[in-house]
Write a protein that binds this ligand. Structure first.
Ligand code: WT7
Length: 658
């Protein structure tokens, strides 16, 4: 088992477990924290449903639920019979609560332009866009695809969809035309919302052109709403009868109020695609009442959100982190959220610290990859700035190595700020394993303890809990309100992926983990063929099918290899079709090809040409052996291979190239 666990993390994990540094919550922090009564864990353990119900009651419901949870494993429903609207909870509610003039979103464009939307502004925009969507024929239940840069129109569009009960499916702006088309087609979106472009490192990302290429094969899309972000300097073609300018459609909306749909607690809120072990992305379906309950309370307790906080999560809204902890969670709390469009090194490598200083950011949530990048750039960049507004730091997306944790603590937190290392997934919707900053003593590299009401375990192959210190499969034993309800259009795959290894009531996360003597969790990384590149999930199969889609490729196997900054990077082993010979330019061509098919995040770090791939007699590619080679380990069992010499040959090639 341990050598099957992920890649990259294995080498360091023994080191993680001997980590002896401890950081108790600073007393001043604990004294003011939203949650500082340790009995919360026991209360939630004794009556999980009562616990979740007490939290759900903090939201605004049009109609109360009859049953807190209905569980027919693996299927679960929360707050059954209850009715509510997510946009009302994220916007309208705060107007009544005296937050009309409070900033909801402080947005900064990469070129330096800015927009501040108060809750009143957000309310007006969400209502008007909701009206516009209705006018364009979008009805409750219709899917709306959103392919936008990090501009305020993105959360506005999401909340407008939520208002009329049209599930949105946001596609990360870095994805290719093919990836966008696959997602649109999978959920059969009727409308696409995109922009003429976005800014990244001073250049224009041509979203509309990419969308146009995708739409050539998306018959379900009837209309395209185009936000003008760039304007004159970047012309786009508008297809008559299909494409409409966002500002023109809105100019035609006279009313100010769009009555929200009163939605069933289990009404779909959104679909968000994740990579899995096969080539086809999985449409995770999140519903309304339970999801909102989960992200609301984790935002409040894990980030300790207070009325005066300026909270900044640096993720892109195209990923679940942005959905839960830029949009729905913080806004359900009436918080002030900072949103930044561009790159951390534009115009210089201190852009983040410049934003923290100028905006008086108090809570910062970012990724280990970003932190390692900042370490590489050097402490002089944050040192140029006054970061004294910060009071809490968070990380998410990958295991954080203790050195990066300590650097974050010293150079960003200046030794004062608690750090919350939050473990969760697109499927889980909300943070599940995390410190509570007013209660938990942290250890660098550990996500620490389950959130109240969450019951994880670590199992061996046979389904027994493993002893302290031993690696195993991380599972969750009881449902929580924000778990993904199914995979859009593919319930069988949902059951097979998450609820078959140990039966229908145990959720299998796909991660390996260990527990220490204090019951703290140490996440070891993926146990399946999923890579985690800079905090983003990529399926090896996805990359492999992109590679074999190229005319010169016969076969391909992709593995993740440890990388100093990105955690992992893809490395591709490729055999060529007869008549082609390996060359540097061909390797480069294949790397470019993968970036084009999937998106730049998927570009393999290296392409290694091999004569053949190691396969079992049942023709399965043994990626494990490739990982052993790449990470310099003694080769595992090779007796099941059809031809053991193949792997020796690959090993020679690998060593020769290093
Ligand atoms: C995978 C989920 C959840 C938002 C971002 C990624 C890894 C996530 C941590 C953490 C160690 C982590 C896991 C997980 N992961 N957070 N704090 N420590 N690993 O969402 O794309 O659904 O990926 O990210 O491997 O399974 P995602």
């Amino acid at each position: 088992m341990p050598d099957e666990i992920g890649t990259g993390a294995v080498g360091t994990i023994e080191g993680l477990l001997v980590e002896t540094r401890r950081f108790p919550p600073p007393p001043e922090f604990a004294a003011q924290a939203n949650i500082n009564d340790p009995s919360v864990y026991e209360r939630a353990r004794q009556d999980p449903e009562g616990f979740w119900a007490s939290i759900a009651r903090e939201l605004e419901w049009d109609q109360p639920w009859q049953t807190v949870m209905e569980w027919n494993p693996p299927w679960v429903k929360w707050f059954v019979g209850g009715k509510l609207n997510a946009s009302v909870n994220c916007v309208d509610r705060h107007l009544k609560a005296g937050r009309r003039t409070k900033a909801a979103i402080i947005w900064e464009g990469e070129p330096g332009d800015e927009r501040v939307l108060t809750y009143q502004d957000l309310y007006r925009e969400v209502n008007r866009v909701a009206l516009a969507l209705r006018r364009l024929g979008i009805e409750k239940g219709d899917r709306v695809a959103i392919y936008l840069p990090m501009i305020p129109e993105l959360p506005i569009a999401m909340l407008a969809c939520a208002r009329i009960g049209a599930p949105h499916s946001v596609v990360f702006g870095g994805f290719s035309a093919d990836a966008l088309a696959d997602r649109i087609n999978d959920c059969q979106a009727k409308l696409l919302i995109t922009a003429d472009g976005g800014y990244r490192r001073g250049r224009v990302v041509p979203l509309k052109e990419t969308a146009d290429r995708a739409l050539d094969r998306c018959p379900s899309v009837e209309k395209v709403l185009v936000v003008r972000r760039i304007g004159e300097s970047h012309q786009v073609t508008m297809q008559a009868g299909r494409d409409l300018w966002w500002h023109e459609v809105l100019a035609g909306i006279r009313e100010q109020y769009c009555p929200p749909e009163s939605l069933d607690s289990e009404h779909p809120l959104y679909i968000l695609y994740t990579s899995g072990t096969t080539g086809k992305p999985k449409g995770q379906l999140h519903t309304t009442g339970g999801y909102l309950t989960g992200v609301y309370i984790t935002s409040k307790w894990v980030f300790d959100l207070k009325p005066d906080d300026i909270y900044w999560c640096t993720a892109d809204i195209g990923w679940v982190t942005g959905h839960s902890y830029i949009v729905y969670g913080p806004l359900a709390n009436g918080a002030t959220v900072v949103m930044y469009e561009g790159s951390p090194d534009w115009p210089d490598k201190d852009r983040f610290w410049d934003i923290v200083e100028r905006r008086h950011v108090t809570i910062l949530y970012t990724s280990p990859t970003a932190i390692r990048q900042f370490m590489r750039w050097g402490p002089e960049y944050p040192a140029r700035h006054d970061l004294s507004s910060l009071r809490l730091l968070g990380t998410v997306g990958e295991p954080i190595n203790p050195e990066a944790w300590m650097w974050y603590h010293e150079h960003i937190g200046r030794g004062r700020c608690p750090i919350v290392d939050t473990w969760w997934q697109t499927e889980t919707g909300m943070i599940l394993i995390t410190p509570l900053p007013g209660l938990t003593t942290t250890k660098p590299g550990s996500a620490t303890l389950p959130f109240p009401g969450i019951e994880p375990d670590i199992l061996d192959e046979a389904g027994n809990s493993v002893p302290t210190g031993q690696g195993g499969y991380l599972v969750i034993r009881r449902p929580w309100p924000s778990i993904s309800r199914t995979l859009w259009g593919d319930p069988d795959r949902y059951v097979k992926t998450y609820f078959s290894k140990y039966g229908p009531s145990i959720y299998v996360t796909g991660d390996g983990a260990k527990r220490d003597e204090d019951g703290y969790y140490w996440i070891l990384g993926r146990v399946d063929d999923v890579l985690n590149v800079a905090g983003h999930r990529l399926g090896t199969m996805e990359l492999e099918s992109a590679l074999v889609g190229h005319p010169v490729v016969a076969e391909a196997a992709v593995i993740g290899v440890s990388h100093e900054i990105k955690g992992q990077v893809p490395v591709a082993f490729v055999s060529l079709r007869a008549g082609y010979t390996p060359s540097d330019s061909l390797a480069e061509e294949l790397r470019r090809h993968v970036a084009e098919v999937i998106g730049p995040i998927a570009r393999p770090e290296r392409v290694i040409f091999v004569a053949d791939l190691p396969k079992t007699r049942s023709a399965k590619i043994m990626r494990r052996l490739l990982r052993d080679i790449a990470e310099g380990r003694v080769l595992g069992d090779t007796t099941t291979l059809t031809d053991p010499t193949v792997v020796e040959e690959i090993k020679r090639t690998w060593i020769a190239e290093h």
